[in-house]
Ligand binder design. Structure first.
Ligand code: SF4
Length: 168
């Protein structure tokens, strides 16, 4: 919708730069291209393909953690892999978000009785959105990104409201 339809012709809109940045961020979430196990192939690669088309949401994969906003942990995280996941997360610039995709990265999934398997990637990195399923459908991955967009917008609104209350 054109802006003049919302605000009327010849009007001026004031917006805080951080709100503008948050709006831009929530609509261009670039995720780090890596997968640990079957979830990466079953759900994630599918979601990026032409049928489900992540790109239309502004969601693209990047090959470097230094250019990524989102880490999608897709697969079973064992203790050895946990160190690499944490290192990749640390290399991502702020602000950054994490999506735990599939039963394995949420809770250990079907492998949770094995002592080398982590009972959820949230033991090593903070998770923003959890996607249940084994494997989750590509639609679930899309929904997780819609939830993440809402979370970013809500955090932005809360920050502005808190500042307004403090200034009053
Ligand atoms: S949740 Fe299922 S599909 Fe995903 S990594 Fe674990 S076993 Fe594989």
């Amino acid at each position: 919708m054109a802006l003049d339809k919302l605000t009327g012709e010849n009007s001026i809109v004031f917006v805080r730069s951080e709100q503008l940045f948050d709006w831009a961020r929530s609509n261009s979430l670039w995720y780090l291209a890596f997968g640990i196990a079957c979830c990466a192939i079953e759900g994630l690669m599918h979601a990026s393909g032409p049928r489900f088309d992540f790109d239309r949401m502004g969601v693209f994969f990047r090959a470097s953690p230094r250019q990524a906003d989102v880490m999608i942990v897709a697969g079973t995280v064992n203790r050895k892999m946990a160190e690499s996941v944490k290192r990749l997360y640390d290399q991502m610039p702020e602000p950054k978000w994490v999506v735990a995709m599939g039963a394995c990265s949420c809770t250990g999934g079907p492998f949770r009785e094995y002592p080398n398997v982590l009972l959820g990637v949230d033991k090593v990195v903070p998770v923003d959105v959890y996607i249940p399923g084994c494997p989750p459908r590509p639609e679930s991955v899309h929904f997780a990104f819609i939830e993440l967009q809402n979370k970013i917008k809500k955090a932005s609104e809360e920050r502005v409201a808190a500042r307004r209350n403090r200034d009053n």
